[in-house]
Design a protein around this ligand. Structure first.
Ligand code: HEM
Length: 456
C-alpha cells in the first residue's frame, strides 16, 4: 500500500511516522520522494503541529507563484523568521508596500540590458579575483573548495554590485559572518516552531555575526546617506531619495544591502561549487567543456564577445541549476481558503514549493538523477511545462538577480577553466548538504596551471 493515505475531500497526507523520520534523515531526498509518490498531486506532510502542503506539479506551481493575492510570501511564517533576523524587512522576504518600494528601487539595476552593460566590469573583477589563485596553484597548495570559490565570487560580486564602496577585505569579512549565520541558523530551521527564548546551540555566534556585519555596513550607509552621490551601485541607489521624494530609512537600507550581498554571494557560490565535483565525476562533460573554453577563450581574458559562444558552458550551468537550485525552497502561505489541483487548502496553511523537488521528479524529467547538460541543448524541443524548471522562481517575486547571475557564472567558469585544471583531495560526492543554499560536502581542491596539467 502507498504510504500516502487518501483522506476524503482533502489532500493526501503522509503520516507523521513516515514523514518526520524521512525528513530528519534526508530532508531533500524526502521532498523528492514524497513528490514522486504523489505523482505531482498536492500532498500534505504531517509533522505534528506543522502540516505544510507539498506542491510539485508545474501547473499548480504556476498558479501559486503568479498569484500574489491568494498565495503570499508571509514574512511572519516560521520558515522566514530565521532569515528575517538577519535581513529584517528586505526585498527578499517581505510582501506588500515595503516589498513594492524596495523592488521598484532595485529593479532598474537588474534588468537584462543593465546586466549586459556590466559584462566588462564583471570580466575584469573576475579576472582580478582569479589572478589571486595563481600563487597557490603554482605552489600546488590544496585549498578548501568552498573557500576558493567564495573568494572569487565574493570579490567579483561585491565589485559589480557595490562598486568600491565595500572594500574587498571588508566584503570577505562580511561573507565570513554570513557563513557563520548560515551554519548557526540550521538548528533553528530544523525546529521552526521553537520559540527564540529557548536557546539553541549557535545562537550566540549568530548574534555576534549579525553585529559584526552591522559594524562594517552601517558606517558606509551613514556616510552615503549624509552625502548621496549619483553612483550606479546598490548603496548609492538605495540611499538617494526617489523621484517621488520618498527616502528609505537607515534600517530599511541596511536590510536591503545585507540581503542583496548575502543572496548574491550565497547563491552564486552555492551553484558554482558544484563545478569541481561535476567535472570530476563526468569526464566526458569535462572534456567538452574544456574544449569549448579552449576554443572560444584560449588563455583569456574572457571578453564580451565570447559569451554567446560559450553554449556548452551555459548548458552545464543550466543543468547544475536543475540538480542543485540554490533557492531549494520557496515557501508560500495561503491567504484565504483555496482549491488547488482539486484539493482544499485552508487559510493560513504553509505551502512548500521546491525547485529541488520538482526538478528531480520522474513525472517531469527523464532520468532525473542523471547529470546531462544535453537537456538544455538549444535545439531540444521546448519543455512541456514552464514550471518544471524554475530555479529563479516565477511571477512577481521572480529572482531579481537572474540575468546578472547567468552572465557572471559563465564568465567565472570560463576564466577559471581557461587558466587551471584541478585535483580534488577526496572523491567527489554529488549529494548536497542542506543550508541556506545547497552545497557539496567539504573537500579540498588543488588548482593546476593549465599548461602544466596538460603536459603531465
Ligand atoms: C543561482 C543564483 C540564484 C538563484 C538560484 C536565485 C533564486 C531565487 C529565487 C527562487 C527567488 C524567488 C523567491 C520567492 O519567490 O520567494 C529569488 C528571489 C530573489 N533573488 Fe535570487 N537567486 C539567485 C541569484 C541572485 C542574485 C545574484 C541576486 C542579486 C544580485 C538575487 C536577488 C534576489 C532578490 C532580491 C529576490 C527577491 C525578489 C522579490 O521578491 O521581488 N538572486 N531568487
Amino acid at each position: 500500500m502507498s504510504e500516502a493515505q487518501v483522506v476524503a475531500g482533502q489532500a493526501r497526507s503522509v503520516p507523521l511516522r513516515r514523514a518526520l523520520p524521512h525528513l530528519v534523515r534526508d530532508p531533500l531526498g524526502a521532498l523528492v520522494h514524497f513528490g514522486n509518490q504523489a505523482g505531482g498531486e498536492v500532498v500534505r506532510l504531517n509533522l505534528g503541529t506543522f502540516r505544510p502542503y507539498l506542491v510539485t506539479h508545474p501547473e499548480h506551481l504556476q498558479q501559486i507563484l503568479r498569484d500574489r493575492t491568494n498565495y503570499i510570501r508571509d514574512p511572519e511564517s516560521m520558515l522566514w523568521r530565521g532569515v528575517r533576523r538577519v535581513v529584517g524587512d528586505a526585498v527578499l522576504v517581505t510582501e506588500g508596500e515595503l516589498w513594492e518600494s524596495s523592488r521598484d528601487t532595485l529593479q532598474p539595476l537588474f534588468t537584462a540590458k543593465r546586466a549586459e552593460m556590466l559584462i566588462d566590469r564583471m570580466a575584469v573583477a573576475i579576472a582580478e579575483a582569479v589572478d589571486a589563485l595563481d600563487e597557490p596553484a603554482r605552489a600546488g597548495q590544496a585549498v578548501d573548495a568552498i573557500t576558493l570559490m567564495s573568494r572569487v565570487v565574493c570579490q567579483a560580486t561585491t565589485r559589480v554590485l557595490f562598486g568600491k564602496k565595500i572594500p574587498v577585505p571588508d566584503a570577505l569579512q562580511i561573507y565570513a559572518h554570513l557563513d557563520t549565520i548560515t551554519r548557526t541558523m540550521v538548528s533553528r530551521l530544523l525546529a521552526p516552531g521553537l520559540p527564540y527564548w529557548i536557546p539553541l546551540p549557535g545562537d550566540r555566534a549568530f548574534r555576534n555575526a549579525v553585529a559584526g556585519i552591522d559594524s562594517l555596513v552601517l558606517p558606509i550607509i551613514r556616510k552615503e546617506r549624509a552625502d548621496p552621490g549619483d553612483g550606479d551601485d546598490i548603496i548609492a541607489t538605495l540611499c538617494r531619495p526617489r523621484a517621488d521624494g520618498f527616502q528609505a530609512s537607515e534600517e530599511q537600507i541596511r536590510s536591503d544591502v545585507v540581503a542583496m550581498f548575502s543572496t548574491a554571494n550565497e547563491t552564486t557560490i552555492g551553484v558554482l561549487s558544484w563545478l569541481w565535483p561535476v567535472l570530476e565525476t563526468h569526464p566526458e562533460v569535462a572534456s567538452r567543456l574544456y574544449a569549448e573554453i579552449d576554443e572560444v577563450v584560449g588563455h583569456g581574458p574572457v571578453q564580451r564577445t565570447h559569451i554567446p559562444e560559450l553554449r556548452y558552458t551555459r548548458m552545464v550551468l543550466d543543468e547544475m541549476l536543475r540538480l542543485w537550485p540554490a533557492g531549494w525552497t520557496i515557501p508560500r502561505t495561503a491567504v484565504g481558503e483555496q482549491v488547488l489541483g482539486g484539493v482544499r487548502i485552508e487559510a493560513g496553511a504553509t505551502i512548500l514549493v521546491s525547485p529541488y523537488a520538482t526538478q528531480r521528479m520522474e513525472a517531469f524529467w527523464d532520468r532525473p538523477e542523471v547529470f546531462d547538460p544535453e537537456r538544455f541543448a538549444p535545439d531540444r524541443p521546448k519543455r512541456r511545462y514552464r514550471y518544471s524548471y524554475f530555479p529563479f522562481g516565477g511571477g512577481p517575486h521572480q529572482c531579481i538577480g537572474q540575468y546578472l547571475f547567468l552572465l557572471e557564472a559563465p564568465i567565472i567558469m570560463a576564466t577559471l577553466l581557461s587558466r587551471f585544471r584541478f585535483r580534488l583531495g577526496q572523491p567527489a560526492d554529488l549529494k548536497p548538504r542542506l543550508g541556506a543554499s545547497l552545497r557539496p560536502r567539504p573537500n579540498t581542491v588543488t588548482l593546476l596551471p593549465r599548461e602544466r596539467a596538460s603536459v603531465s
